[in-house]
Design a protein around this ligand. Structure first.
Ligand code: C2E
Ligand code: MG
Ligand code: MG
Length: 646
């Protein structure tokens, strides 16, 4: 058994004390005997005997006694000093224990609490007087906690150590999780004499971890579970799903024209709309219908335990109805409609990714079908989506390999009877498919971002052509170029136009940009600024396809414009239908009242041209006069000064 130094020191003192007492006892006994029986033949009394007359062994005995006494005094002094040191150390330890933030509890071998520290009282609410003498199970959370406590303490009794997390109850009744470590104190081969439990309250860390988990899986704006949560939900519901028995539907809901509210009322209003939509959609959810926000204006609903498609249709119709009701946002009444794509498990996909992809394709179709409707996924959609992808990759090559060409369609001043300009219209000279019309590839270019380099190429090529004609002494009037919304909304658009004019040497007044209503209705202030910059340079601005967008003539008053190009749909039947004629008349009159020049596009017949002449609509463009053709052909046909075909 190992001994502590203090214990060994104490033993030594007892031994030294006994030895000293023995030695001094012997000396005393010897002196007493000498006094009682003086040695025979001596006359001097014992007390007068000189010390040197004392026997040698007696001297040795006295010296030993002195030596032993001195060493005993020294040992006592050492012991005293050591015990003082021990006390100071103990006091320091107890202060440390009291100041540590970890709660400590010490029990005896029978698991009765013998001491606790200050942190214990702070965490549990129990003072030492309330717990000393009782067992730690008094801290347990309740019935289950008690069983757990017993198991834990039994394990400590068996193995000497336990560590883990358990839930306990404070004095005020609240539950809290704690990280606990219990160690048994014992001599080898002996049962534990004490147990020391050290614990910390981890409720704050746990709450924080839960908050992090929540944030990682939820969208802060709507509080809906996010894309990550969708992935794990799909994983969970599809994991045990049996094709042919379990059915599931995935709906992607995309808002129509969400950008408009953001652009016209600001992002704050857009956020309010999204939050309100989330609230309305949540009203249709249940245990087997869960709503997620994918980001932007896209929501997803997953229906598991699906019985039939009719149930999906019922839900979709109910959601469309409640989403379609008016929204009151920052004092504005707003309407919003959704386009919804639906995919079904197992027929449209066996895993989450396939279901999302196909619902997305179906949603794209719903949008193309005039928005505010829903579409179930169908396999041919994928073929079309693939074709779109194929066109996209081919189009990049087309731009790099100069497969794009411009055709020009003249515009005529009806009153003066001469060509006053040309509109540049892009075509794709495909190596296998021949000449492809812009309607087939411009939307693809717009969707994939290719419209920016493509649009720049068109502007530069058209301006170079204008310059080439001028250099050749051919007067084609103004050059009109179509600008897509994405291109127009580039922050440096006006500067890019100026650079092209500078590079080609074309006079700004000879360039007309045709922009669409959607270009200027999204982000009105920025649009007005860009338009003002262009106007200041001298560039002319026209609204293309007027009447097909959602702008009103009164609204157009705010924009610095030169011309309106009336969409060709307004020209149909004007020569035979009185209503159509009245509508076109009022458009021309209203446009004129705004101080704008009018251009009628798509004039296909003499009768239409005549009607426009009576309305004094000065400019016209259409197959009745000229088809769009290449630069060389247009010169040949117009001939610069040739008489116009009637
Ligand atoms: P848009 O700007 O309204 O161009 C007029 C379209 O009407 C042209 O079709 C033209 O060929 C056609 N058109 C002209 N006269 C008549 C007519 O009498 N009857 C009929 N039915 N059609 C007529 P195109 O060239 O196929 O262009 C279609 C659209 O593609 C253009 O409509 C324009 O929005 C867009 N586009 C064409 N080139 C470009 C371009 O370089 N950039 C951009 N962003 N869009 C372009
Ligand atoms: Mg145009
Ligand atoms: Mg047009």
């Amino acid at each position: 058994m190992s001994q502590t130094p203090a214990f060994a020191g104490r033993k030594f003192i007892v031994f030294a004390l006994l030895a000293t007492l023995l030695v001094w006892g012997l000396i005393g006994l010897d002196l007493w005997l000498v006094e009682r029986q003086p040695p025979a033949g001596t006359t001097a009394p014992a007390e007068e005997m000189p010390l040197f007359a004392v026997a040698t062994w007696e001297k040795a005995l006295v010296a030993l006694g002195v030596l032993l006494s001195l060493s005993m005094i020294q040992a006592c002094r050492q012991l005293y000093l050591r015990s003082r040191q021990g006390e100071a150390q103990l006091a320091m330890h107890s202060r440390l224990v009291d100041h540590t933030s970890e709660a400590m509890l010490v029990t005896d071998g029978a698991q009765r609490i013998v001491s606790v520290n200050a942190a214990f009282e702070q965490i549990t609410g129990y003072g030492p007087g309330e717990v000393i003498g009782r067992t730690p199970t008094m801290l347990s959370a309740g019935h289950h906690g008690l069983a757990m406590h017993r198991t834990v303490w039994d394990m400590v009794a068996e193995s000497g150590f336990w560590q883990g997390e358990i839930w306990d109850r404070r004095k005020d009744g609240t539950l809290y999780p704690k990280q606990l470590r219990i160690t048994a104190i014992s001599e080898p081969g002996q049962p534990a004499s004490h147990f020391v439990a050290v614990f910390t309250d981890v409720s704050e860390q746990k709450a924080q971890a839960e908050r992090f988990d929540y944030l990682a899986l939820h969208d802060p704006l709507t509080n809906l579970p996010n894309r990550l949560a969708l992935d794990s939900h799909l994983h969970a519901v599809l994991d045990g799903a049996v094709p042919g028995i379990d059915r599931l539907a995935l709906l992607i809901i995309d808002l129509d024209n969400f950008k408009t509210i953001n652009d016209s009322l600001g992002h704050h209003a857009g956020d309010r709309l999204l939050a309100e939509i989330a609230r309305r959609l949540s009203g249709h959810m249940s245990k087997h219908r869960q709503l997620f926000r994918l980001g932007g204006d896209e929501f997803v609903v997953v229906i598991d335990h699906l019985l039939n498609e009719a149930a999906v249709v019922d839900l979709v119709q109910a959601m469309v109805r409640s989403m379609g009701e008016a929204y009151e946002i920052d004092g504005h009444v707003w309407r919003s409609t959704p386009s919804i794509g639906i995919s079904l498990y197992p027929e449209d996909g066996r895993d989450g990714q396939a279901l999302i992809r196909n619902a997305d394709t179906a949603m794209y179709y719903a949008k193309a079908n005039g928005r505010n409707n829903y579409q179930f996924f169908a396999e041919p959609m994928n073929a079309a989506a693939n074709k779109r992808l194929h066109t996209e990759s081919e189009l990049w090559r087309a731009l790099a390999e100069n497969q794009l060409v411009l055709h020009y369609q003249p515009q005529i001043d009806l009153l003066a009877g001469k060509v006053v300009g040309v509109e540049a219209l892009v075509r794709w000279r495909h190596p296998q498919r021949g000449l492809i019309a812009p309607a087939e590839f411009i939307p693809v270019a717009e969707a994939c971002g290719l419209i920016l380099p493509l649009g720049h190429w068109v502007l530069l090529t058209a301006c170079r052509q204008a310059r080439a004609w001028r250099d050749a002494g051919i007067d084609m009037g103004e050059m009109a170029v179509n600008i897509s919304a994405h291109q127009f909304q580039q922050p440096q658009f006006a500067q890019a136009v100026q650079a092209v004019l500078a590079e080609t040497g074309v006079v700004a007044e000879r360039l007309e940009l045709e922009i669409t209503e959607s270009s200027i209705m999204h982000g009105v202030d920025a649009a007005i600024q860009t338009m003002a910059q262009l106007r200041a340079m001298g560039v002319k601005l026209a609204i293309d396809d007027f009447g097909t967008g959602y702008s009103s003539l009164a609204y157009l008053r705010r924009f610095p414009l030169d011309r309106l190009k009336i969409d060709r749909s307004f020209l149909a039947d004007v020569d035979t239908d009185a209503d159509a004629a009245a509508l076109l008349t009022s458009i021309v009159q209203l446009g004129r009242s705004l101080g704008l020049q009018l251009v009628a596009e798509g004039v296909e017949s003499f009768a239409q041209a005549e009607f426009l002449r009576t309305l004094e609509c000065e400019r016209v463009q259409g197959f009745h006069f000229y088809q769009p053709v290449s630069a060389e052909e247009v010169v040949g046909r117009v001939g610069g000064l040739l008489p116009l075909p009637a």
